[in-house]
Design a binder for this molecule. Structure first.
Ligand code: URA
Ligand code: SF4
Length: 214
């Protein structure tokens, strides 16, 4: 893939400028089959940015991140952790829906390393404008994008760490040092055998995140 950097406006001052440009991104092949680019959304002055994997089926159709079942669960968990859901920004590591067609059904496929790398310039551009204090990394794909391929969410979740110092290639992110915390993806809670326990563990991690904002 040629990567998103060819499509990122170099001197954007507003998130809306980035979003408008991202609508025309052809940085990897995922734009070809998806309905539309799903850019981040939320408070432009948010102190905390949540990063998920990629838009799901509902998000692909609506053009907004985390508006399906995982999004509802995430907002509830954020609220239960004592973080105001109205003062966050939510985005994804990859901004087009990757899926496999089975009959008429679109089956979610995780983005590969090439998609994550191709799409990373949009995240960098979002962070550069938002200047958040804290990143909440949701699940393995976002962790690959932001914390490097050897990071294990299950082993290191719920811990505040300096970022981008903890990233694989800190130089990729020309942003001031902030904090990051990884946790499970809300979709993993929806799939868990013990959903209540998984939900509570997500809320507990987000409570640690909340302490960084206190
Ligand atoms: N899962 C994600 O990672 N992102 C979304 O926007 C929706 C579901
Ligand atoms: Fe561009 Fe990212 Fe979409 Fe690929 S997934 S086309 S890099 S916005």
């Amino acid at each position: 893939p040629i990567g998103a950097q060819h499509f990122v406006p170099p001197r954007a001052h507003e998130l809306d400028e980035l979003k408008a440009a991202a609508a025309h991104c052809e940085g990897c092949e995922l734009y070809q089959n998806a309905t539309q680019t799903v850019f981040g959304r939320g408070d432009a002055h948010a102190r905390v940015v949540f990063v998920g994997e990629q838009p799901g089926d509902v998000e692909d159709q609506k053009g907004l991140p985390f508006v399906g079942p995982a999004g509802r669960l995430l907002r509830e968990a954020v609220d239960d952790a004592g973080i105001d859901p109205g003062h966050v920004y939510i985005t994804n590591a990859v901004k087009h829906f990757r899926f496999e067609l089975r009959g008429k059904r679109r089956i979610h496929q995780s983005p590969g390393p090439a998609h994550i790398t191709a799409c990373r310039p949009w995240l960098v551009a979002e962070f550069a404008l938002l200047k958040p204090e804290l990143l909440v990394v949701l699940g393995a794909t976002a962790a690959k994008a932001l914390l490097g391929p050897s990071f294990r969410v299950t082993r290191s979740r719920g811990q505040l760490m300096p970022w981008p110092a903890s990233a694989q290639h800190p130089g990729d992110f020309p942003v001031a040092e902030i904090q990051a915390l990884a946790t499970i993806h809300p979709s993993a809670v929806l799939r868990a055998d013990d959903r209540d326990a998984a939900y509570q563990s997500l809320v507990d991690d987000l409570k640690v995140a909340a302490t960084a904002l206190a």
